[in-house]
Design a protein around this ligand. Structure first.
Ligand SMILES: *Cc1c(COP(=O)(O)O)cnc(C)c1O
Length: 444
């Protein structure tokens, strides 16, 4: 298994992360357990901030909190000087409870409710990324009532869809998000937003995909957004001070993945914005970006205890662990690929081909199809790498499994940042109407 961040194999042959032996972490906290490498999270934040500082441009790097949103994570991101994207009242509440500076919070989403808009307006958040005309007019009306003028970006779809190694360039976008540049709806939205008195239009936002390994999709998106911006300068005298090019920067899950360095993405984006605005009569806008996965993805590892196995001769051997799609739905949802190692015998030869299954009642509940491991047996500890993004944040209580704890490790210390759910948590919101109460006779 590729060793990310501070991960290493110690003298006992155990996987160690952040100076903490995973065998000891299992003893202390149990499994399944999410382990987050603090140093690697901070390093990724700094790579983005340093790369932008080197460009000399004005910028904001907003961590897309949906990738992994807890109060401790908000604190880390705040300390590193990033901004924060939220997509719901729940993410906003988490950030506010963590004391995240509201002026550095950006509110996304294609269906923000009136209650969410109010909550965010009352909090005084830094920017709304407005997705559609209904939201635009609703926000303007609520802000007018409150005597406020929130800053907004308009989310546009530039007709570029990027995935991993290719991007698809389409004139029209079939997407639930944003205003289409190609069919004129983005133009109309800018004109309308510009006339509203209770919003302040800062600029445009686009997000072209995720797990992207090349810069060309970003370059084409930057070019289309810039052309669109300059058309509005010429036609309407509307000037934008911000261009937000979204997130989607890829990470290495397995040897098949070949992401660029953070600095390469940042430089390409900065260059294309500078190039496309070089001969415009306005100032070059600020660049904002929104990495999620690439801040936390490779900093996360999930520890499981191996339980049963089933060998089907000539077909495959299933090895089951004490978690599954309830803590990591990505394999079931996206056919995601992961690397893993037997953490208590990490030096042993990985020579047995197995598939790692979860314990949920669902044939699709698989974590890894076809991986070579060191003959996993009951009681072994399995570490799955690169689970920091879209694992905890997508976890569920399917089969009433309790969601795992999250520990933050650094320099030999481990701190629980999310407690393991208790049985009491599982039934905490359950209510039983009086007519369904078990009679005393039945209960005893
Ligand atoms: C999901 C999302 C991001 C973050 O994407 P990553 O692939 O995690 O970097 C950024 N911006 C928007 C609008 C998103 O929807």
């Amino acid at each position: 298994m590729y060793l990310h961040g501070t991960s290493k194999i110690n003298e006992q042959g155990h996987l160690e992360i952040g100076g903490c032996d995973t065998v000891a972490l299992k003893e202390q906290y149990g499994t399944p357990l999410y382990i987050m490498d603090e140093q690697l999270i901070r390093q990724r934040c700094r790579e983005y901030m340093d790369a932008f500082r080197a460009t000399g441009m004005q910028f904001q790097v907003a961590y897309a909190s949906k990738a992994f949103c807890t109060m401790a994570m908000c604190r880390l991101v705040e300390e590193e000087g990033l901004s924060l994207d939220v997509v719901s009242d729940g993410e906003l509440y988490t950030a506010m409870q963590a004391g995240f500076p509201v002026e550095r919070i950006h509110f996304h989403g294609n269906n923000k409710t009136p209650e969410e808009l109010e909550l965010a307006l009352d909090a005084g958040i830094g920017c709304f990324v407005v997705d559609n005309l209904i939201e635009l007019h609703l926000l303007n009306a609520i802000a007018a009532e409150k005597g406020l003028q929130p800053k907004i970006l308009l989310r546009v779809t530039p007709g570029v869809e990027a995935h991993t190694h290719e991007f698809i360039s389409t004139g029209q976008e079939d997407s639930k998000f944003g205003f289409d540049i190609g069919n004129g709806s983005a133009y109309e939205a800018v004109v309308q937003a510009d006339q509203l008195s209770s919003v302040e239009l800062l600029g445009l936002h686009s997000h072209i995909g995720s797990q992207i390994f090349e810069v060309d999709g970003f370059e084409v998106a930057a070019q289309r957004v810039a052309e669109f911006a300059r058309q509005l300068q010429r036609d309407k005298g509307i000037y934008f001070s911000v261009i937000n090019l979204g997130g989607g920067f890829g990470i290495r899950y397995t040897a098949e993945d070949s992401p660029l360095q953070v600095a390469d993405y940042v430089q390409a984006i900065a260059n294309s914005i500078q190039k496309n605005f070089a001969d415009s009569d306005g100032a070059v806008p600020q660049i904002w970006i929104e990495p999620g996965r690439s801040i936390v993805g490779d900093a996360g590892t999930t520890l499981y205890t191996v339980g049963t196995s089933k060998d089907i001769p000539g077909i495959r051997k299933y090895v089951s662990v004490d978690g599954g799609m309830s803590d990591n739905p990505r394999t079931a949802l996206y056919d995601a690929k992961y690397e893993a190692v037997i953490a208590n015998r990490a030096h042993d030869d990985s020579s047995e081909l197995v598939s790692v299954a979860g314990k949920c009642c669902e044939s699709g509940d698989m974590l890894i199809w076809d991986i070579e491991l060191a003959h996993p047996v009951s009681g072994d500890l399995l570490a799955v790498a690169c689970t920091g993004a879209y694992n905890y944040s997508m976890a569920s209580n399917y089969n009433r499994l309790r969601r795992p704890a999250v520990v933050l490790v650094s320099e030999g210390n481990s701190d629980v940042i999310v407690s393991r759910e208790s049985y009491a948590d599982l039934v905490g919101n359950d209510l039983v109407p009086a007519r369904l109460q078990a009679s005393a006779a039945l209960r005893s």
